[in-house]
Each structure stands twice: as structure tokens, then as C-alpha cells.
Design a protein around this ligand. Sequence first.
Ligand code: AMP
Length: 179
Amino acid sequence: MGPPGAGKGTQGELLARRLDIPRYSTGDILRQALREGTPLGLEAKKFMHAGELVPDEVILGIIGEALGHDESAQGFLLDGFPRTVAQAEGLSELLAEKGLDLDAIVNLSVDDEEIMKRLSTRGRKDDLVETIRRRLEIYRADTKPLLDWYAGHGVRILSVEGVGDIDEIQADILGSLAL
Ligand code: AMP
């Protein structure tokens, strides 16, 4: 978890490779659907370009499908999901059906000023200044409270500073996971 631009994708890819487990990034799956013009892409487009969250049912459909793959049986990494309490509740149900549990949440922390700087030079379609502001607002209102929600449910939350050298941040993540 972490705000937009915290480096979830970069760090998530490194970590999934290192652990040899699949990484399910709802943002990547949605962007691919958008590029391919699938019904999912068409449905998600207006939300993504406005910096709004795609509806929970749509997102839970994506994750339900991903967790149905055989490759996920040995463990998996979720990137950019869950982002709302409703998504976290849906995830709990999906995991309970499979007899699985979350091992930990890695929370990447980066301050707003650094995020604005990073995102305004990244150049993705949803990285316009207004949209970035909106995504940060939504992160604070809907996603950040999930940390308390998970803490209340006894899930281990590992907070890692997301600023600095990419490999050093990855080493911090591995260290905090005690791997
Ligand atoms: P990301 O690459 O994770 O920042 O996601 C890019 C955009 O995809 C977000 O701004 C949302 O519009 C949408 N999105 C990705 N993951 C989710 C999610 N878990 N819930 C709702 N919308 C999402």
C-alpha cells in the first residue's frame, strides 16, 4: 500500500520476482484493458482518467479472477488493491473461501510534495496536476483508513520509507518482512 507515486509498482515487481510469486496489480490490469478496448477497459476509462476509483464490484471481479488462477495457490502479491474498506471486506471473503490469509501489508510512505514532483514528471494520462490532487485526496479519504482497519484485524503492517535508492528501499522491504 501507499499513495499514488509511492513506488508500489516498482517495488512490487522486484519483490514478486524475488519471492517468485505472481503480482496482481489492479492498475496494470485496468490499463491493459483500456489499451485493448475491452468492456472492462471501457467501463473503467472515465474513472481512471478523472483520478476516481473504479467501482468496488468491478475491482473485486478482477481480483476474484486473479485469485482463481492455479499460480496464486503458492502465494501472491497484491499491488494497488485493496483501496477501500469494501474491497478489503471482499478480499477477506475471497481469501476465506480459499483458506488463505494475508501475511503482511507493506506500506510505502512518501510525503505529498515528493509525490507531486514524481507524478507531474511521469507523464501517464492520469498524471495531470488536477488528477494527481484528486487521487491524493481519494487516497487520504478512502485508502489510508484501511491501515487502521487492517491493524484492527490483526494484520501485520510494515511501514517502509519510500524515498531513496530503489534497491535500498527493496532491501528495507525484505528486511522488514524478515526474508
Ligand atoms: P494505480 O496504477 O494503482 O495508481 O491505478 C491507476 C488507476 O486505476 C487509479 O487511479 C484508479 O482509477 C484505478 N484503480 C486501480 N486500482 C484500483 C482499486 N483497487 N480500486 C479502484 N480503482 C483502482
